[in-house]
Design a protein around this ligand. Structure first.
Ligand code: GRF
Length: 197
């Protein structure tokens, strides 16, 4: 079966990567071929190795050039940003237009863009007194968190939430569900387009 070749870009724990690995089966439309990290100590790299997925660590100085090289050499069709803590340039996002997706831990366009990453997002949500938050999977363009939305899922904020408890619930109830779902959907669309070429 023909599958979409996927590279997952990570910087941290890799729980979203794990959700993608766990969702991958012989019937999936995608196959994770490569995990790329800008952090040599990211636990996500261990998760990849445990599942026999090739890993590459890229250095800050030549970050995009090295990512591009790895993507092109491994004939990757689709790039997934799963907790990747670096903003990609216009040149890069243009080259891979409609071929990069990202998971963000809020309901975009709320609490997104520059400075809204990790716990900061959930801190801002609690500070504002927002009652419903969630997660979004979207295409990546040159504007941080600015590309077209693919999936969103809402999560209720509880009165006794801390940034940490909220982050955990958003991950469990939203991120780990919509990211694999979006990857499968986009992969199917890519395969379909290839078939009709
Ligand atoms: C997630 O909250 C994701 O939405 C954000 O970074 C975090 C990564 O977590 N972009 P993990 O490395 O997948 O556990």
């Amino acid at each position: 079966m023909l599958k979409v070749k996927v590279a997952v870009l990570v910087s941290g724990g890799g729980t979203n990567l794990q959700a993608l690995i766990d969702n991958q089966s012989k019937d999936s439309s995608y196959k994770i071929e490569l995990v790329i990290s800008n952090n040599p100590n990211a636990y996500a790299l261990t998760r990849a190795k445990k599942n026999n997925i090739k890993t590459i660590v890229v250095k800050k100085e030549k970050l995009e050039a090295d990512i591009e090289k790895a993507i092109d050499e491994n004939k990757i069709d689709l790039i997934v940003l799963a907790g990747f803590m670096s903003i990609l340039s216009k040149k890069f996002t243009k080259k891979y237009k409609d071929r990069i997706i990202n998971i963000h831990p809020s309901l975009i366009p709320a609490f997104c863009g520059k400075g809204f990453y990790g716990l900061h997002v959930h801190e801002a949500v609690l500070e504002r007194g927002v009652k419903i938050t969630g997660a979004t999977v979207h295409y990546v363009n040159e504007i941080p968190d600015g590309g077209k939305i693919i999936y969103q899922k809402a999560v209720k904020v509880k009165t006794n939430d801390t940034p940490e408890t909220l982050q955990k619930r958003v991950m469990e109830q939203a991120e780990w569900k919509i990211l694999p779902k979006a990857l499968e959907k986009i992969s199917k669309e890519i395969l379909c387009k290839e078939e009709h070429k």
